[in-house]
Design a protein around this ligand. Structure first.
Ligand code: DAH
Length: 358
């Protein structure tokens, strides 16, 4: 192919391009203020219709020898411009990253917002405190259903058909079913004895339901911890020893308690344990119904009839049982005068028990 551009013409063009770049072209690349502006400069100096690109294209119109000699020179000029461009591009990009970081900067010294902290309900902590003490005394844990049949709630516990506890005023019966809501956790005694052979040593914490007149010390739903120990030669002295150990561990040695004779169909003899009223120190007030004492639990020596009812031989085995009112204990531990406070979910009340979280 014959050359169509002369060496001189090309060199003159080259000289114009080069001096144009020297005179300022390269500077405007180096001083472009933004990536957009730099892109404009790139199109201007290195784009397809820039003088430099056209000059490079025009190389092919030179003779072979000229092309070999002048080509590298033109490429070197292009490379120098490209290098300036790359340098500025990197600078601007770094600056942009820096600005973005600055904008999104997190001030690690700012105090954080504390999310509201959950806490255990005072009844939950009281229940665990009670169960913990008995577990340390070798009792294991048993549970039973809320909806029970009459046998587990009454007859197997030697509560005869005509006992006032069976009165529908005390018990919630489930409509259309031979079931009721358990009125005490003593049901679990029967379930546990049916499920295993003696000896046994269990606590059964749980919710119970009664059709009660609601007042400062009575609620229709409340909690009990049932206890049952059956072994050989177990009697009232063992019951008293276990309960005294429990009460001292839970309430401290200074809290005054008393054992008072009582009656339960499933125990004989039976007792109730009261604590000195913690609101009036025994002087008499509405919380203790002016008796000076608050009842915490019922207990007694397991009635031999109850053992027979589950097929355990009362000649060979004997035991004791107790049922603790969890709300009463929580009221005593925390100085809460009204049982209803535990159930209305007033956060101002519940937030006071922060310290109970382990
Ligand atoms: N179940 C009784 C109640 O709800 C409490 C009770 C008393 C449980 C004596 C016992 C017991 O195991 O031996 O009032």
């Amino acid at each position: 192919m014959e050359p169509t551009t002369t060496r001189d013409a090309w060199q003159q063009a080259y000289a114009r391009v080069e001096s144009g770049l020297r005179a300022g072209g390269v500077d405007v690349i180096a001083t472009a203020a933004s990536l957009e502006e730099l892109e404009g400069r790139r199109v201007e100096f290195l784009g397809r219709s820039s003088a430099l690109t056209l000059l490079l294209k025009d190389l092919k119109n030179l003779g072979l020898d000229d092309r070999r000699e002048l080509g590298p020179q033109a490429q070197a000029l292009k490379a120098a411009v490209e290098q300036k461009f790359a340098l500025r591009h990197a600078e601007l990009e770094n600056a942009a990253d820096g600005a973005a970081l600055q904008k999104d900067a997190v001030d690690l010294t700012l105090p954080s917002l504390r999310p509201p902290r959950g806490r255990l309900h005072p009844l939950t902590t009281t229940l665990s405190a009670i169960a913990d003490i008995f577990q340390r005394m070798g009792y294991s844990w048993a549970e039973g259903p809320f909806a029970e049949d009459e046998r587990h709630n009454f007859s197997a516990l030697n509560i005869p058909d005509d006992h006032p506890a069976r009165d529908s005023h005390d018990t919630f019966y489930l409509t259309g079913l031979p079931l009721l809501l358990r009125t005490h956790t003593s049901t679990v005694q029967i379930r546990a004895m049916e499920a295993q052979q003696p000896p046994i040593r269990i606590v059964c914490p749980g919710r119970v339901f009664r059709h009660e007149q609601i007042d400062a010390t009575h609620s229709a739903v409340f909690h009990q911890v049932e206890g049952l120990v059956v072994d050989q030669n177990v009697g009232f002295a063992d019951l008293k020893g276990h309960l005294q150990t429990f009460l001292e561990s839970l309430l401290g040695k200074d809290t005054k308690t008393r054992f008072r004779p009582s009656y339960f169909p499933f125990t004989e003899p039976s007792t109730e344990v009261d604590a000195k009223c913690f609101f009036c120190s025994g002087a008499g007030c509405p919380s203790c119904k002016h008796t000076g004492w608050i009842e915490l639990l019922g207990a007694g020596v397991v009635n031999p009839k109850v053992l027979s009812n589950v097929g355990w031989d009362p000649e060979k085995w004997s035991g004791f049982a107790f049922g603790i009112g969890v709300e009463r204990v929580a009221m005593l531990l925390h100085g809460v005068p009204d049982i209803r406070d535990f159930y209305i979910n007033d956060l101002r009340f519940l937030r006071q028990f922060d310290e109970d979280i382990a």
